[in-house]
Design a binder for this molecule. Sequence first.
Ligand SMILES: [Fe+2]
Ligand SMILES: [Fe+2]
Length: 273
Amino acid sequence: MRLLFLGDVVGRSGRQAVLAQLPHLRARYRLDFVVVNGENAAGGFGITEAILEELLDAGADVVTLGNHSWDQKEALVFIERHERLLRPINYPPGTPGRGAGLFKAGPADVLVINAQGLVYMHELDCPFRAVEHEVEACGLKRGADAIIVDFHAEVTSEKQAMGHFLDGRVSAVVGTHTHVPTADERVLPKGTAYISDVGMCGDYQSVLGMDPSEPLNRFLTKIARRRFEPALGPATIAGLAVEIDDATGLATRAMGLRLGGALAPAEPLVWVK
Ligand SMILES: [Fe+2]
Ligand SMILES: [Fe+2]
């Protein structure tokens, strides 16, 4: 099975790139399943129902969220109508929506779990125990043919710990939230694909997808003068492609993807004398 995970879609630039490219990526790489993090899809803050439907129509099987889940208040309502939209599982009991779901990919069943880290983030329930609870209820080859975990967290240590905690028990642990891709994609020793942060789908000539002027102003003056506005230059699509052994549900390959915009791969490095 071939999976693709795309990082946080930021604003119009990120959306346009994903909507334009995802149908081609699905066909070109014969993808069986696609997860897209959409927490910044609406002007950088949250997601609307119209944008969710655009992402699903373009080829996303599941859209995950994070700490910006509720920036568009309508999401608190429409998430109940959309089982393909997930918010972090470790929010308090009674939070609208759900944090995990089992989805069809042809004959296979794919379990997707969204969880949020605790370090330098809101206090939520323990993400490790919340994810483990789901995996114990529906493990690899015990109800799920593949399991993808979107771990939305700030620090790489917490993300790496989650990777090792789940190694051999899920197909992939994909870090999101920092909007800066890390270069550590790999298959962990027991067969789980891992990356600390997959990066964003957005304009990288920016501060985390936002036009640099207001973030810079706030660092310099400590005064918020304007809203953050998404940068509007060409977006890089950043993702992680994972090949899964259908017999075990574990990963055989994990490959970072960067397409278009400022972060597209340069020519192979050649040292010049
Ligand atoms: Fe984000
Ligand atoms: Fe986030």
